[in-house]
Design a binder for this molecule. Structure first.
Ligand code: SAH
Length: 373
């Protein structure tokens, strides 16, 4: 891990990593609007209260039902008897000098997931997890080193968004969402789409789907399902290699899929959504950063209007990979650009707080690490 300074030390956890804070009540954030209305009607409360409660949660930044002061006391008490607004707790919060903040959320069953707030000019972007762990097994990624435990519910995904929103000053709003935290979002479509319904609802977080990106390892049937949903989310496909031999080594799930079916599914998504595709390519020194790889990549992307996100590898403790030299990063980028590909060279923010996928959770779990937690 890098040892750059952090502004505020991570807040200590109130209990041991992995300890469960079992909640016996349902998560209010798991309710759809229709379910909320039904719950209100069943208890004799008027339907219009649904809008009021949702406003408190999504724009009023309430963290308890008690804070919803314009609701009748009886309704507040009924809500508190029936639900928990947030079912997780903040196991650790880190702030980096560049304004990046990262929260490790401990779920009610003791699982842990990470989410990040990034400040970039006027943008307030958040990166959110979709699963506890990940089953895809990308060899350079910290999230999947121990496999996947379970999918997050829509409420648990929304809770990450709200916890990050609450870190902003009152006059700032979340502007962008990337589903690029732990897990494979397309392996948890119900949870992800349920949470994003609220994120883009104007009575929810009010973020346009054009400012929401779903990042996937590339699961063709699920990409087609997402296209059928018909909402113009941006799709980012994690490619990481220009041929099947190398991609199958780096992204094991590729053995059963293959690059061509992934590219075809991405093309179909582009046709139906009209949204320009993004491909992600993590540059691993000496492995996929050669000029040959760059040329092969331009070959397979030819004829497609895409954005290529080139991301230098962010070292994960215990893994043998290295970040490429600046020279080879620049060369790689030049080759792509000279063949007309739009390249976004993404310098990862928040490196000093382990802001790459799965790193904070991992470092808290590993006793011999130099974790900040
Ligand atoms: N499963 C999804 C989303 C989560 S990973 C996907 O594969 O796209 C989000 C992005 O972070 C992916 O492109 C992933 O390859 C990248 N990533 C994971 N670990 C990384 C590391 N150590 N350094 C740089 N990028 C990493």
């Amino acid at each position: 891990m890098t040892s750059l300074p952090i502004l505020s030390s991570p807040q200590p956890a109130d209990d041991q990593p992995g300890a469960a804070r079992r909640s016996s009540k349902p998560h209010w954030l798991d309710l759809t609007e229709d379910q909320l209305i039904e719950w209100l009607s069943d208890r004799g409360h008027p339907k219009f209260r649904a809008k009021q409660i949702r406003r408190w949660v999504y724009t009023g930044r309430a963290e308890t039902f008690e804070q919803m002061t314009d609701l009748p006391a009886k309704l507040r008490a009924d809500l508190a008897d029936a639900f928990e607004l947030f079912t997780g707790s903040q196991a650790c919060v880190s702030t980096s000098p560049d304004g990046t903040e990262k929260i490790l959320v401990r779920l009610h069953d003791g699982g842990e997931v990470e989410c990040v707030l990034l400040r970039d000019g006027a943008r307030r972007s958040i990166c959110v997890s979709s699963q506890v762990g990940c089953a895809m097994g990308c060899v350079f990624c910290a999230s999947g080193l121990d496999g996947v435990d379970r999918n997050l519910t829509r409420g648990e995904i929304l809770e990450q968004m709200l916890r990050l929103q609450h870190r902003l000053p009152a006059d700032e709003r979340l502007s962008h969402i990337v589903m690029m935290g732990m897990g494979e979002p397309l392996a948890n479509l119900p949870g992800v789409l349920g949470a994003l319904d609220v994120a883009r609802d104007e009575n929810g977080l009010g973020i346009s789907p054009r400012r929401i990106t779903i990042s996937t390892v590339g699961l063709p049937p699920a990409i087609d399902k997402l296209a059928k949903v018909g909402i113009p989310y941006n799709l980012a496909v994690s490619l990481h290699a220009p041929n099947d031999e190398l991609r199958s080594r780096l992204v094991p799930v590729n053995r059963k899929i293959g690059i061509e079916p992934v590219l075809s599914a991405a093309d179909r998504y582009f046709e139906s959504s009209g949204r320009r595709l993004t491909f992600e390519y993590v540059l691993l020194g000496g492995i996929n950063d050669s000029e040959q790889c760059a040329h092969e990549l331009t070959g397979i992307l030819r004829g497609r209007s895409v954005m290529m996100n080139v991301i230098p590898y962010n070292p994960v403790e215990g893994l043998p990979y290295v970040t490429p030299s600046n020279r080879s990063i620049t060369r790689f980028k030049q080759i792509l650009e000279s063949s007309g590909i739009n390249v976004n060279f993404r310098q990862r923010k928040g490196n000093e707080i382990n802001a790459a996928c799965g790193q904070l959770r991992r470092n808290r779990q590993s006793p011999q690490s130099d974790s900040h937690a």
